[in-house]
Design a protein around this ligand. Structure first.
Ligand code: 6GU
Length: 240
């Protein structure tokens, strides 16, 4: 997977590209991150990338020319990409969207900054995404979230053991609680089912915990679930 990031702050991406699992994946060749700064495509003598808003008001607006020139230069250099504009007005990022993006060969993440960007840039992108209902100073952190979430779905990035971990979230459920040693920690024990050695019981306990957590913490996700007969029995009994 090739990630093309168009950003006025390429240095912000050093933490993602050099550290941890994503850094290793890059060394292994599972993914590549190219950074392109629209400022280098600004043609005026001050290399400006923003201007005052038509109609007046506070703040500055990103000019369309340097951004679109950067988008076009990236595609001319390395080929067409699926172009995502990062904006708080975009569609919310979800795990199904992450899985869809992970199937594409080349993603371009276009980061906005300042108070906003000229509306006409939208026409040059394929979709708009937001990472949640809060406002960031720019799209960079959102782009890093997407790189991380998509990268961990690519073949060879995680070990097999890790890659199964979010299957339940992808099924619309929150993950069940996990425990490791010691069996008693500051007076708190480990649920007996997990110590039982009974694989059927452990699986049912985990399933019930996922269902209960989702019901209690994320009722809007729970409402969308299609419960199996076993799920209903587990919830009715509430103790496997
Ligand atoms: Cl993609 N950009 C900005 N500026 N703020 C956000 C966001 C994106 N997603 C959530 N908040």
């Amino acid at each position: 997977m090739i990630f093309e990031v168009v950003t006025l702050f390429p240095e912000m991406f050093a933490s993602v590209t050099s550290a941890g699992i994503i850094g290793k994946a890059q060394e292994k060749g599972a993914l590549q991150v190219y950074l392109t700064d629209p400022r280098s495509f600004s043609t005026d003598k001050h290399r400006s990338v923003d201007d005052t808003p038509y109609g007046g008001g506070a703040g500055m607006v990103m000019r369309p020319e340097p951004l679109v020139a950067a988008i076009e230069a990236v595609e001319a250099a390395r080929g067409p990409a699926h172009k995502i504009l990062l904006t708080p007005t975009g569609a919310p990022l979800t795990q199904p969207a992450v899985l869809r993006l992970a199937t594409l060969p080349r993603l371009m993440l276009v980061c906005g900054r300042y108070e906003g960007m000229d509306e006409r840039v939208r026409g040059f992108c394929d979709e708009e995404l937001s990472i949640g209902d809060y406002v960031l100073t720019g799209g960079e952190l959102a782009a890093m979230v997407i790189v991380d979430a998509v990268a961990r779905r690519l073949p060879g990035v995680l070990g097999n053991a890790d890659s199964a971990v979010d299957e339940s979230f992808e099924a619309g459920l929150l993950e069940h609680p996990q425990y490791t040693r010691p069996a008693l920690y500051r007076g708190v024990g480990v649920p007996e089912a997990l110590l039982s050695g009974n694989h059927g019981r452990i699986r049912r306990w985990r399933r019930l915990q996922s269902l209960l957590r989702t019901r209690d913490r994320r009722p809007e996700l729970f409402a969308k679930l299609t419960l199996s007969d076993e799920d209903r029995a587990l919830l009715a009994g509430e103790e496997p």
